[in-house]
Design a protein around this ligand. Structure first.
Ligand SMILES: Cc1ncc(COP(=O)(O)O)c(C=O)c1O
Length: 287
């Protein structure tokens, strides 16, 4: 792995960075995190990511070891210390090591913070030009219906299995579908459909991760005068969409041209999708 690591503020190379096997992040997936990227070497939407980190930590009762300014400073100092064209920054916060094994969160009050800064590997240009395929994946996510729903909790096992199913179907992403046939989000992305000229995306009440990119897409859509609907989207509606795309900090807006092997729209990235992608890139590079 190429990258640089900060553990509780101390810098390590990717090879020498170590955390304890007794850390609860390792033992129980007892941790929250954020992934963001730079544009022009500056972190994009850092405050929005830090605010979501605070909300995630609060939901799962992990104490924030630094205030907002402290995290902001650490991220900016770390980015100043590396020399990558563009970076991916992953901020992790675990509940730390317990006094003994056991699930009781009260066993640890010394959270561990780890930050990875790595050269950004963005999706290949042809994926934006040609679009990607996704699958639908019917399974509950681990935090569904719990206090942690909507928090960015590090246990991605359900998403790992979903991606395995996607890879086996030669698809790029798996869209979680709940028992009521509602499309929720991707394994690491939010989902949007264009239907009847309107932009539709599932609402936060369904326990999706409130994506930072999703929020920017919604405001760019409003800026274009595009009508948006935050409502659940059925699998049938997905197949009948004029356009589909997924969004995430690393993938920006990625056009989806097939679902479960069935062609969406005319099988090419849609006009609205590409216009919003272009708006997003202009906005991200401008801040
Ligand atoms: C489950 C899930 N939904 C949505 C997203 C997209 O969020 P963002 O746009 O903040 O990267 C992610 C990002 O990793 C995710 O893991």
């Amino acid at each position: 792995m190429t990258g640089t690591v900060w553990i509780d503020g101390e810098r390590f190379s990717a090879e020498s960075a170590q955390v304890s096997v007794f850390d609860r992040g390792f033992l129980y997936g007892d941790s929250v995190f954020e992934t963001l990227r730079t544009y022009g070497k500056r972190p994009f939407a850092l405050d929005e990511h830090l605010s979501r980190l605070e909300r995630s930590a609060e939901r799962v009762l992990i104490r924030m070891p630094l205030d907002r300014d402290g995290f902001r400073r650490e991220v900016n100092e770390a980015l100043g210390a590396v020399d990558y064209d563009e970076s991916l920054v992953r901020i992790m916060l675990t509940r730390g090591r317990g006094e003994s094994l056991g699930l009781d969160p009260g066993l640890s009050n010394t959270p561990l913070r780890v930050m990875l800064v790595m050269p950004l590997v963005a999706p290949a240009a042809h994926k934006y030009a040609e679009g990607i395929g996704v699958i639908t994946y019917r399974a509950p996510r681990l935090a569904d219906g719990t206090a942690a729903a909507g928090a960015k909790v590090a246990n991605y096992l359900a998403a790992v299995l979903a991606i395995d199913a996607a890879r086996k179907a030669s698809a790029e992403e798996a869209l979680f579908v709940d028992a009521e046939q509602r499309v929720l989000e991707g394994s690491t992305s939010n989902v949007f459909a264009v239907r009847g000229g309107r932009l539709v995306t599932p609402p936060e009440e369904l326990g999706i991760l409130p994506g930072i990119t999703r929020a920017h897409v919604l405001s760019l859509a409003a800026g274009r005068g595009l009508l948006t609907e935050l409502r659940s989207l059925s699998v049938d509606e997905l197949f009948e969409a004029e356009e589909l795309f997924i969004s995430s900090s690393i993938r920006e807006l990625l056009p989806v041209v097939s679902v479960d092997g069935r062609r969406i729209g005319d099988g090419r990235p849609g006009k609205t999708t590409l216009a919003l992608l272009s708006d997003f890139r202009v906005a991200a590079r401008a801040v």
